[in-house]
Every structure is written in C-alpha cells, then in structure tokens.
Design a protein around this ligand. Structure first.
Ligand code: AMP
Length: 587
C-alpha cells in the first residue's frame, strides 16, 4: 500500500520546522512513511572551492596536505597553495577563463589534484575523464562538454594516452602548443602533458606552471571575488551501464558541503591522515577524498596511481594513516594480502566503504584485521555530489553492515513505488533524493536532466527500504532486479549468501534471458587463493538453503570480474559474456 506524496502533511514532507528534535537529529521517518529529512542544525556553507582551500591554508598551513608515494611529492598546505596559484596563473596565461571546460585524463597523480584546485581557482570547470576511456569515449566526452584544454598523462600500464590523442587529433603533430585546430575535436585548443616530454603540439605541465606572470597572479584575486558557490565547477561522466555517458554537472556548493558532511561523520580532523586509493576521476576520490580532507585540514596519502592492495597496505602502515576509503572489493583484496604481510595497522581508526553493497563478513574482518573499528558505509551517486546516506562511527555493527546508515544533513529522501507514491516504512521502492546535493543537471542534455530530476527529486534508479529509525538498505537497482518465472530475485541477497561459503572471495549475481522463465539467475565467483571450488559445489551449498528459484542455474568460477575503474562490477558485461558462452556451449 502506498500514498501519493502530495497527500502527506507538510510536517511529513519536512517542509515545516516543527519536528521533535530527536527524530530530526536521527532523520527518522514520520507517520510510518518512507520519507526522511536530514538535520539542518549546521547551515550549508556558501563558499567556493578556492575559499575552502584558503581556509585550510590559514588554519593548517604547515601541516601535510598530500603525499604521493609513487612519485614522491610531499607538500604542506602552504606549499600546495603556492603550487595551485602558479598553475592557475599559467592556465590564465593560456587564455582559459571562468566557465571554460578543462579535461583531465590521468590516473591518480599529483597533477590531477593540482589541476583540480587550479581550475577551480580561475572558475574553470574540471571535466573528469575516465582513465579507462578509449578513443571513441574520449572524443565523445570532450566534444559533449566542449573542452578547451586537456591535461593528460603520457601513459599508464597498457594505456598509451599520448598515442590515443595523436590518433584522434593528428593535427597536434604540426601545431604550435596551445593552437590546436583538430577536425574531430573542434573545441580543444590546448593539450598539456604531465611528465618531462610533451611530444609535438603540447605543453608540459611544468611549462604551464611557469607561464603565468605578475599580471595573471594579480588577476587571481579579482577572479576569486567574482566566483559564486552556485557556479558549475566540475563535470563527471556517470559510468552508466548502458547508453552514452552523461555529464553530471556539480557546483562548488554541491561538492564543498557534501565533502564536509561526509568527513564530519567519520570525525576527520587535522590530526588525521586519510589514505585515498580510490580513483580521483570518480567522486569517491576527488570529492569525498580530496575535498573532504581539505575541509578538515587532514593529510591525504595516495598509495599509487591505481589501486594495488600491497602498496595500499604499506602506505597505511608506513604513513601511519588513520583513515582509508575503498569499495568493498578493495577491502577484500587487502584482507587477502594482509595474511602474507606483517604490518602495523595500529594507527587506523576509520574510513568509508561505498559504491557497492558491503558483505557483513568483510565489515567484521576489517574491524578486527585492519583495526577499522569506526568504519562507515556511504551510499550515493555522482548526481548527488555524491553521498546521501552514511552510517555513524558508533552505529551498531549490524546497522553498519546491513544498511547504508541514515540520511545526510540538508538532504531529503523518499522511497516511491512505480507510480511515484511514497511507500510505507519497510517496503521497497525507488530511492529519490532532494536538496542542495542534487547536481545542476546533465551537461547539454536537458531531456535526460528532466527525466532524472522531477520537481527537484533525483530519481536514483536504486531500490531501497527505510526502517522506522531511518536506516536505509539498498536492496537492488530498479533495472537490476531479476524476474524469474514471476518471482522477483534480488542479486544482492544471493551474493550475501554465496559470500558465506568459506572458499568464496567475490560473488556476482546477475540475470540472463531465458526462454522458459523469462530470466535465469547466474553467478560468477572468484574463489579465495588456493581454494578449489567447483560449480557443482556452489550449487550444492545453495541447495535447501535458499529458495529454489534463487539458486543460480549457471555458475562460473572465474579469475576476475569485469569492473569499472572505480571498482563497480559491470554486470552487463558479465551478462553478455555468459550469453555468448552458453550459446557456444549449445552449438
Ligand atoms: P556512481 O554514480 O558511479 O557513484 O554510482 C552510483 C551507484 O552506485 C548508485 O546508484 C548505487 O547503485 C551504487 N551504490 C553506491 N553506494 C552504494 C552502497 N553503499 N551500496 C549499494 N550500492 C551503492
């Protein structure tokens, strides 16, 4: 049973102040309806990113701002601030202005963070380009938002970014740096390459650093005063499972406040050292990580250009980190590695696990093995800056495992049925978010924006439930649900179950089309190192333990799971491969 949101009282909708303070503080639902509103005791901060950074410098100037262990940079907030001004002046000298889009295509490197703050300093909009993108996707992304400049790393592992940009814009070979005129990238005028050798037609990052003179430096102050917290400052392409990527556009206000609330909940302070192994191109790294640390004056520790469990563990230990972020699969990988390392993780206290459901067993093991007794869970999406739910460090373990915590300050959430009616507490429905955190829109895509944000409510496409204390559980995705012979199957539930098998390291469950049942349940499983797990053994483990229709009909033992670079399993890739395998088998 559900009722239309319009028929809820103002009080239940949270538009009127008179709520009892305990309920308001906990964000508990009122009147048994799946609607919650975060507390509003602290005002939103109407500041820009440069203002936030300046505050960090004035309060914590001599403290460590960042450590890049791979390349060796170690800078205090003071030193980092000087570097930002130098690069920002260089960008002005290149002719870049407020509102211009500047792309960055690189793994986690110092220049990434420098570009993040230098672009914000002049009001240019940073465009995060996924390092896993290839030529077609890069072309789409740069043209979609009309990038004027692109900062890129020459290469990383098997990705030769420089060759790819040269293939896309062969005109680089013959142009002056900063004067590109490329047929396939009509707006791109300037390519900036990190490292010593830029190749033809491009600037090195170091050249840009020294391009700005006193005139540009003077202009920085005037620009600063002209920026508004409501300006767009960042575009992130959402890694949607289908269709073309969409450019979620965020403002200073979006990012600054979300970062602050996220790190409030883990009680981060200037005494903390936050390890950031998650990718910078994703909001987990650049917003929750970098901006969250800056909002508290904490130190940021980057273990490497991409996630490696051993390098991350070593960084945690040697840098005496107190906090760490990661998606669940990263923690699983670290737990496996930890057995063979003798490390002192005594300094660790807290962190954030997000991006995908966290298996209960993983939470229990990181609490004991990694000393992460104040670990929290976040839920959110790029389009909501990103976090809307988070547990508190002292929430009971069961709540920290089975739920994504309670609603964030200044955010409203409702859970609705397919007709848009708010469902009773405990019932499933689509999670919708409203408030300051909702993005400005998808860049250049009004129709998609209108479809996703209705009356200010961002429709997440995630299925969730709220309990009567306001704890939220993500139970699947509207589109991810498997419907087998009329029975709804939620992959998350089966994954949790499979995870209880002592030999299972990673389990992914998804549906494939089936003539008889409409869809069939499939599972891909990575066994723990050294375990000899068979497909039959997995099915046997399920037999009599879970409803027959939930038992995966097809099981595959695999060595790896296709992932996005931010660590999200790509179920659509698994689905396609599985269909192909089965059709080959049937021939
Ligand atoms: P992205 O925009 O790449 O951050 O992806 C957002 C999506 O990740 C959400 O819509 C959810 O489907 C999923 N997600 C994020 N956090 C969680 C979480 N804690 N538990 C389950 N799913 C999550």
């Amino acid at each position: 049973m559900s009722i239309p949101i319009e028929s809820l009282s103002n009080q239940a909708l949270g538009t009127c102040p008179p709520r009892d303070s305990a309920a308001a503080a906990s964000g508990a639902p009122l009147n048994g309806r799946s609607y919650v509103r975060g507390e509003t005791t602290a005002d939103l901060e109407r500041v820009t990113i440069p203002q936030l950074f300046r505050r960090a410098v004035s309060r914590h100037g001599s403290r460590d701002a960042l450590v890049f262990r791979g390349s060796g940079e170690r800078l205090s907030y003071h030193e980092f601030g000087r570097e930002i001004d130098a690069v920002a002046s260089g960008l002005l000298a290149l002719g870049l202005r407020r509102g211009d889009r500047v792309g960055i295509w690189s793994p986690n490197r110092y220049e990434w963070v420098l570009t993040q703050f230098a672009t914000a300093r002049i009001g240019a909009i940073l465009v995060n380009v996924n390092p896993a993108y290839r030529i077609g996707e890069l072309e789409y992304a740069l043209n979609k938002v009309g990038c004027k400049a692109l900062v890129l790393t020459p290469s990383f592992k098997s990705s030769d970014y420089l060759s790819m940009i040269l293939e896309l814009a062969p005109e680089l070979e013959a142009c002056e740096p900063g004067r590109l005129d490329a047929a396939r990238l009509p707006t791109l005028g300037c390519v900036i390459v990190t490292g010593a050798d830029a190749g033809p037609g491009a600037f090195t990052f170091d050249e840009v650093r020294s391009l700005g003179g006193p005139a540009q430096r003077q202009r920085l102050q005037a620009i600063d005063a002209s920026l508004s917290p409501d300006d767009a400052i960042n575009i992130q392409f959402t890694s949607g499972t289908t269709g073309a990527p969409k450019g979620a556009t965020l403002s200073h206000l979006n990012v600054v406040n979300n970062a602050r609330f996220v790190t409030d909940r883990i009680r981060l302070s200037d005494a903390d050292r936050l390890c950031i192994p998650v990718p910078l191109y994703h909001c987990f790294g650049m917003a929750m990580g970098v901006m969250g640390a800056v909002s508290k004056g904490a130190a940021m520790v980057f273990p490497g250009e991409a996630f490696e469990p051993r390098a991350t563990l070593q960084a945690l230990s040697e840098e005496r980190c107190t906090a760490v972020y990661g998606v669940p699969t990263m923690f699983v990988a670290m737990l496996e590695e930890i057995e063979s390392e003798s490390l002192d993780l005594g300094s660790l206290r807290t962190g954030i696990m997000a991006g995908a459901p966290c298996p209960t067993e993983v939470m229990e093991r990181i609490t004991t093995r990694m000393n992460l007794r104040e670990m929290t869970i976040c839920y959110g999406m790029t389009e909501t800056s990103p976090v809307s739910f988070q547990s508190l460090v002292d929430d009971p373990l069961d709540k920290r495992c089975a739920t994504v915590g309670r609603v964030h300050p200044h955010v409203e959430v409702k859970i609705v049925d397919p007709d848009g009616n708010v469902v009773p507490v405990g019932e499933r429905g689509e999670l919708c978010t409203r408030g300051y955190a909702v993005m400005k829109g998808y860049w250049g895509d009004e129709e998609q924006t209108r479809e996703s944000i209705v009356d200010g409510w961002m429709h997440t496409g995630d299925l969730a439930t709220l309990d009567d204390e306001g704890f939220c559980s993500i139970v699947g995705r509207v589109k991810d649900m498997i419907i087998r012979g009329g029975e709804n199957v939620y992959p998350r539930e089966i994954e949790e179950f499979l995870f209880r098998h002592p030999d299972v390291s990673v389990a992914q469950v998804f549906g494939i089309p089936d003539e008889r049942y409409g869809e069939e349940v499939c599972a891909w499983i990575i066994p723990k190192p050294g375990a000899s797990l068979t497909e039959d053994a997995v099915r046997e483990f399920c037999r009599e333990q879970i409803a027959h229709y939930k038992i995966p009909r097809h099981v595959r033992i695999v060595e790896e799971i296709p992932m996005t670079i931010s660590g999200k399993p790509q179920k659509f890739v698994m689905r396609d491969r599985m269909v192909e395998m089965l059709s080959r088998q049937a021939q």
